[in-house]
Each structure stands twice: as structure tokens, then as C-alpha cells.
Ligand binder design. Structure first.
Ligand code: R5P
Length: 284
């Protein structure tokens, strides 16, 4: 049976279709003091697959509640799918006294999971923080699907060295094009500086590929640089379209032609689904 987290309702329904398993009835409530409550109704079966992205603190708690309720309901196996794992980018202590937040949340999630599946985490090594086996799958190969099919001399670009593999994956799925990357220096949580590559972008269509668009600072800097250097179309695509705060406005002001993402975070730009990749991992 598939149990959906609050932020993954469409994706969980897709996973249920892919696996041909029923969706469990789930209710979400909030107490007057602000505490959340995720509750499941009548369920049956041996295996519960909890599909819950965790873009907020409340979403983390709701996930823990769903895992606990599933165990209480008698499921023998609880598979936890984190399409988008919040806090995954805090995978080390950057300054003295900081926690390794990704490890802390992974440990909490591990207590209720027999198996974990996640999608394109910022670093694959985050899987090592889980105590049961954790698998990272990719949905990046689907990001080529919504792109215009008449791109001119396309360049697939990652805004930093860390996302080159994703850019290569999208380029391979698109079938043609060059791959390059920018260098990025982060000045603060919402300020980045981009150092362009030598690639000639004038008159070309450029697809900028990243794992996540959060504040949109990285992508809007990249789009601005490409625009200045005479790129024709500039498209941005990512696995996790978090698009926090004014990210869409930032990107639009920078001159982006279109924004695409998957449904690991359900947004209007979630053009493709991670469900097939998740379903395959759950079945293996
Ligand atoms: C960082 O290395 C990631 O790959 C993304 O580039 C970054 O997290 C995006 O964040 P933002 O949209 O806030 O710049």
C-alpha cells in the first residue's frame, strides 16, 4: 500500500499506479499549538511504501508519524521514499559547533524504515547516513522530455562542477549537444558569484541543469551571465524545483525562457515524474 506525505500527493498517486498498489487514506491535521498530525485510515497488506518529500520541518515530523502509524497498523515492511530529502545539503559541519543535519534527520527516519529510497540527493554519500539500506535513484534522464525539440546548437551547462553529471545525463537523454560547467562561489545563503566557462554561447540555446533550485540565486546568476554573453534561449531545469520565496521572479528578471523540474517537489513547473524510477527501486 502507498502512503502519501502531504507534499507528495500527486507523486504518490503516480507511484501507486506504477506499482499497481492502492493508495492508503491519509489525513493531515494541526493542533491549536501548531503540532502536526498525520493519520492513516483502514489499511491492509504486508508492505507500506511511504512516499514523502520533506521540504519543511513539519513534513519531517509527518513522515515520522506516517512511518510509526504504518508499523502500528501491522505492515511487516515499511519502505520510506524521500523523493526530496530536506536538509540533505547540510551533509557536513561547515563551522565548529554545527551539527551534521543530514545525518541527524537520516537517523530519525531510519528508526521507522526497513529500506530507504531517495532521488538525486545533493551528494550520493548521504545514503550512508541511513541505518537500513538506502538507494539513490535518478530522475534526471527525464528532464530532457519537456525541452523544446528544436534547440539551436544546444549547450548543457551545470552552474557548478558538482552538477556536471546531471548535465551529462540530460544531454545524453536529449541526444545531442555539448556539456560544460561554470564555477560557483557562494557568498551567503542567497548570494552566489558565477565564473563563466570559455564556452561560446552566442546565438546558441543553453540548458542549465542543477539538482535543485532553492532560492534561485545560483540559476539566476547563471542565466544573467548567459544572457549578457549573447545566448539565444536560456532554459533552466532541475530535479527538485523547491523555488523558495521569490525564486521564480529572480529567474524571470534574469531573462530565463522556461523553468522545468520533476515532481519530487510538486510545483507548476513539475513537468516530469520521478515515479517510474522510484517504482523500479521499490520493486528491486
Ligand atoms: C549547490 O551546490 C546545489 O547544487 C544548488 O546549486 C544550490 O543548492 C541551489 O541553491 P539556490 O537556488 O539557493 O542558489
Amino acid at each position: 500500500m502507498i502512503l502519501s506525505g502531504r507534499h507528495s500527493q500527486s507523486l504518490a498517486a503516480e507511484v501507486a499506479r506504477e506499482l499497481d498498489e492502492p493508495l492508503a487514506p491519509v489525513e493531515f491535521d494541526r493542533f491549536p499549538d501548531g503540532e502536526v498530525m498525520a493519520q492513516i485510515g483502514a489499511v491492509e497488506g504486508d508492505r507500506a511504501v511511504v512516499v514523502a518529500s520533506t521540504p519543511t520541518g513539519d513534513a519531517h515530523l509527518e513522515l515520522l508519524q506516517l512511518q510509526d502509524a504504518a508499523r502500528e497498523a501491522g505492515f511487516e515492511e515499511v519502505v520510506t521514499v524521500l523523493p526530496y530529502m530536506g536538509y540533505a545539503r547540510q551533509d557536513r559541519a561547515f563551522e565548529d559547533g554545527e551539527p551534521v543535519s543530514a545525518r541527524a534527520v537520516a537517523r530519525a527516519i531510519s528508526t521507522g524504515a526497513d529500506r530507504v529510497v531517495t532521488v538525486d540527493p545533493h551528494e550520493g554519500a548521504v545514503c550512508d547516513f541511513f541505518e537500513p539500506s538506502a538507494t539513490a535513484v535518478t530522475a534526471a534522464d527525464r528532464l530532457a522530455e519537456p525541452l523544446p525539440d528544436d534547440l539551436t546548437d544546444p549547450l548543457f551547462l551545470s552552474p557548478d562542477a558538482g552538477a556536471i553529471e546531471l548535465a551529462e545525463t540530460v544531454r545524453s537523454a536529449a541526444g545531442e549537444g555539448e556539456v560544460d560547467y561554470f564555477e560557483k562561489t557562494r557568498r551567503s545563503g542567497s548570494e552566489v558569484e558565477i565564473t563563466p566557462s570559455d564556452a561560446d554561447v552566442e546565438g546558441r540555446d543553453v540548458v542549465v541543469v542543477d539538482d535543485i533550485i532553492a532560492t534561485g540565486s545560483t540559476m539566476s546568476e547563471a542565466v544573467g551571465v548567459l544572457d549578457e554573453r549573447g545566448a539565444d534561449g536560456v532554459y533552466v531545469t532541475c530535479v527538485h524545483p523547491l523555488l523558495a520565496s521569490n525564486a521564480v521572479t529572480k529567474l524571470s528578471r534574469a531573462g530565463v525562457d522556461a523553468i522545468y523540474g520533476t515532481d519530487t517537489i510538486e510545483r507548476p513547473v513539475s513537468e516530469v515524474s520521478a515515479a517510474p524510477a522510484i517504482a523500479r527501486a521499490v520493486e528491486n
